[in-house]
Design a protein. Structure first.
Length: 569
């Protein structure tokens, strides 16, 4: 949609298209009386209303200062002629929930965030939305709500954490997980383990590498839902860049309410291809293969794993970011942030420049004047790419007919064949790793951890980091119907579909079966005949659900396949 089409489509747009329901009419006197109890007056009633949603909590450093950021945005909305109303929703800390039952709540929280923001917006008739999110699932959850509501919206990432320092090098939460594995292997002592623990997280903000939060922050800019460069400033930003964005966003949401530019105008199929490209180009988290299809679904757009694979295969890795590379999000910010990556992709023909964004301009217009700084190696020109293809691949075969996802950025070994070591939950696999029962050459299979079977599709960073810490990160492969943290390293296959609880082939693997993981030819196969698999299927039956009541039981009954985003509609 070009500017002329946009103007034509919105000639009847009403900035107060929702709020008039409660701010006008004698029959809404009682409604307005409750608003006046909070200090609102006649002026506020005739202005467009903006919900400012944050995931502030004291549960995680990712979100601990988002209340302050939400207040700054609300003040800017009010100064620009809108009526801002702040509200809050939950956020689960993946780092704190990792490695125990609590991780089952993580992916479920994405749906709760989207649902709760939707309900607050609908119940209170807000005309527009600014969403501020910090930890992994809160970013896609907020974007899903924006897509579902389809009212003028702007997204803001709460910001990355400053890197910690240990032994004269930058460290992140990934180092803590891997240090635990090294301690279990006896290669570091308790004093060193404690020193790492105390160093990796120096303050507020999301985990510093190109893990899920930072990956989805880049995605938000590439989708066009976040202001160019807004993902870069750290959460604790000494130079004021983040405060500048608070003001700009507060002003721009009022402008969007006047123009009627909607998320559905911005998040088109081509915009999703841009989002995949930036995830691939930065060696980002495999979780984009879950979250992008889910966001697209809210708009009625189908985004398949095959399409994600296709875009990743034509996109070079040009950002040298952890865990596959050397640098953290702060380093990317210092050399131009996400716009530098997007400009390089645009110049290489890997980006659709005609997509509209929340600035009211196209992606290409936003990137005019952006240059990739000389004398740095955080962001490379495509002709000097770290890899000619993007940082993730989709594998298929008789073990994953619907697909599995591998993060290939920085992975030194892309093909592995070995005997299966089979575990029916993450806890049993972790116990075996800690007992040093996994041998070099093994293929670790962790099943019944999918969206439905887990339920909640737990991340396996504890297991993968322990293997890396034991020095076996590239000597074993691991596959699961669960998922991985963006910090995972090594030849690891997640999202294996169909999942075990649905009777997928991963449920039929037996101890010792020969399995091949091949990220070069995009295959995931076990050396078992179709006839033998059919016989095994006859004696298989689904396990009893782990939860029979509560949020996790309800989620298990409604969630769909990870290959389609694990949505609950």
């Amino acid at each position: 949609m070009n500017e002329e089409q946009l103007n034509a489509s919105n000639t009847q747009w009403d900035p107060r298209h929702k709020s008039r329901v409660i701010t006008e009419g004698a029959d809404k006197t009682a409604n307005r009386a409750m608003l006046r109890a909070m200090g609102l007056g006649d002026k506020h009633m005739v202005q467009p209303w903006v919900g400012v949603a944050t995931v502030w909590s004291e549960a995680t450093p990712c979100n601990v200062n988002l209340d302050q950021q939400g207040l700054a945005i609300a003040n800017a909305v009010n100064a620009a002629g809108g009526t801002a109303r702040r509200f809050n929703t939950i956020s689960v800390s993946d780092g704190i929930a990792m490695g125990h039952e609590g991780m089952r709540a993580s992916l479920v929280s994405r749906e709760v965030i989207a649902d709760s923001v939707e309900l607050m917006m609908r119940a209170h008739c807000y005309d527009g939305l600014v969403g501020v999110a910090g930890c992994d699932k809160s970013l896609p959850g907020m974007l899903m709500a924006m897509a579902r509501l389809n009212v003028p919206s702007v997204f803001l990432y709460g910001g990355t954490i400053m890197p910690g320092r240990h032994k004269d090098k930058d460290v992140t939460i990934q180092d803590a997980f891997e240090a635990a594995g090294a301690y279990a292997a006896g290669t570091i002592d308790a004093e060193e383990l404690h020193a790492v623990e105390c160093a990796v997280c120096p303050g507020a903000g999301a985990c510093g590498g190109q893990y899920t939060a930072n990956t989805m922050a880049c995605v938000a800019e590439a989708l066009g839902m976040a202001f160019p460069g807004s993902s870069g400033p750290p959460a604790e930003d000494p130079d004021g860049s983040r405060a500048d964005f608070h003001k700009v966003i507060g002003q721009q949401i009022v402008t969007l309410l006047e123009s009627g530019l909607l998320p559905s105008d911005i998040m088109t199929k081509k915009a999703f291809e841009n989002a995949i490209a930036v995830g691939a180009a930065t060696g980002g988290s495999t979780n984009i293969a879950l979250h992008l299809p889910a966001i697209a679904y809210e708009l009625g757009i189908e985004l398949t794993l095959d399409e994600i694979h296709e875009v990743a295969q034509r996109t070079p890795i040009i950002a040298d970011l952890r865990p596959g590379g050397k640098y953290v999000m702060l380093d990317l910010f210092r050399v131009g942030g996400v716009p530098a990556v997007l400009k390089a992709l645009l110049e290489a023909g890997c980006l659709h420049g005609d997509c509209l964004t929340v600035t009211g301009k196209t992606m290409a217009e936003n990137l005019e004047g952006v240059e990739i700084p000389a004398g740095q190696d955080v962001v490379r020109h495509p002709e000097n790419a770290l890899s000619p293809t993007g940082g993730l691949v989709i594998v298929k075969g008789n073990l994953a007919p619907e697909g599995g996802v591998i993060k290939t950025a920085g992975v030194k070994k892309l093909v592995h064949t070995g005997p299966a070591r089979v575990f029916d939950c993450e806890d049993d696999a972790m116990a075996a790793v800690q007992r040093r029962e996994i041998n070099r050459g093994d293929v670790v299979v962790i099943r019944y951890e999918g969206p439905k079977g887990g339920p909640g599709m737990r991340e396996m960073l504890g297991v993968t980091a322990a293997l890396v810490g034991q020095g076996m990160g590239y000597d074993v492969a691991l596959l699961t119907d669960g998922r991985f943290s963006g910090a995972t390293r090594g030849l690891m296959v997640g999202h294996v579909c169909p999942e075990a609880s649905e009777g997928g082939p991963i449920a039929l693997v037996k101890e010792g079966d020969t399995i091949t993981v091949d990220a070069e030819t995009h295959r995931l196969i076990m050396d078992v005949s179709d006839e033998e698999l059919a016989e095994r299927k006859k004696s298989w039956s689904p396990p009893a659900p782990r939860y029979t009541k509560g949020a996790l039981a309800k989620y298990a009954r409604t969630v769909g396949s990870a290959s389609r985003g694990a949505v609950t509609h």
